[in-house]
Design a protein around this ligand. Structure first.
Ligand SMILES: [Mg+2]
Length: 199
């Protein structure tokens, strides 16, 4: 299957590092990110948050460690013959640092299959690239993608605790994501076989 994978909060464990750095920079004492809109969490303007990220992109994007199990999970998916396309909400200006981070962490990727939605829609890229299943941590994106008929695995986080509609499966680890994809892949091939028999 062609699998779309988000980066922040799915492959890169960005948020714990950002929490520490943003508390220091804005002089806050936020203990938990409970909203994906970081400027809301830190009670600063959207512009102030964007400026901070633009000016400190190198450090903020290079320092985080990978999410536990992400590297091994992606390696396993590739071994099983799946295709991997990264789809991030980072901007195209952050391509260089993003690809350097993936390389440094030994996370398999093809340069041209790391896509940057920036402030536009991830769903457009999902459609354009014919992505068949998506791994995401932001429930707003997850809902949009699932509504278009593409199943989503949502990696559990403090900021995505809302009840989930059909088409989205909450997972608490990469091991659970792999199990979910295996079951989906099984169904996908059986459906294909069923179609062939009926023809
Ligand atoms: Mg994310």
């Amino acid at each position: 299957m062609r699998i779309g994978i988000d980066i922040d909060g799915v492959v890169s464990d960005s948020y714990p590092f950002w929490l520490t750095e943003l508390n220091r920079h804005f002089g806050k004492n936020v203990t938990e990110i409970d909203d994906y809109e970081m400027h809301t969490v830190f009670d600063v303007s959207r512009e102030a948050m964007n400026d901070y990220f633009v000016c400190n992109a190198e450090r903020l994007l290079m320092a985080p460690l990978p999410i536990t199990g992400a590297k091994e999970g992606i390696e396993a998916l590739l071994k099983q013959g799946h295709e991997i396309i990264y789809v991030t909400a980072r901007t195209p200006e952050e391509r260089d640092v993003t690809v350097r981070w993936l390389t440094r962490c030994g996370i398999p990727h093809e340069h041209e299959r790391v896509l940057f939605a920036g402030f536009s829609s991830k769903l457009e890229l999902v459609k354009l690239w014919g992505i068949e299943v998506f791994i995401e941590d932001y429930q707003v994106n997850a809902k949009l993608i699932a509504e278009s008929g593409v199943p989503v695995f949502l990696l559990n986080a403090t900021y995505n605790q809302e009840e989930l509609p059909e088409g989205i499966t909450r997972c608490h680890s990469w091991a659970e994501i792999l199990e979910g994809i295996e079951a989906l892949n099984h169904k996908y091939h059986n459906d294909k076989k069923g179609l062939a028999i009926n023809e």
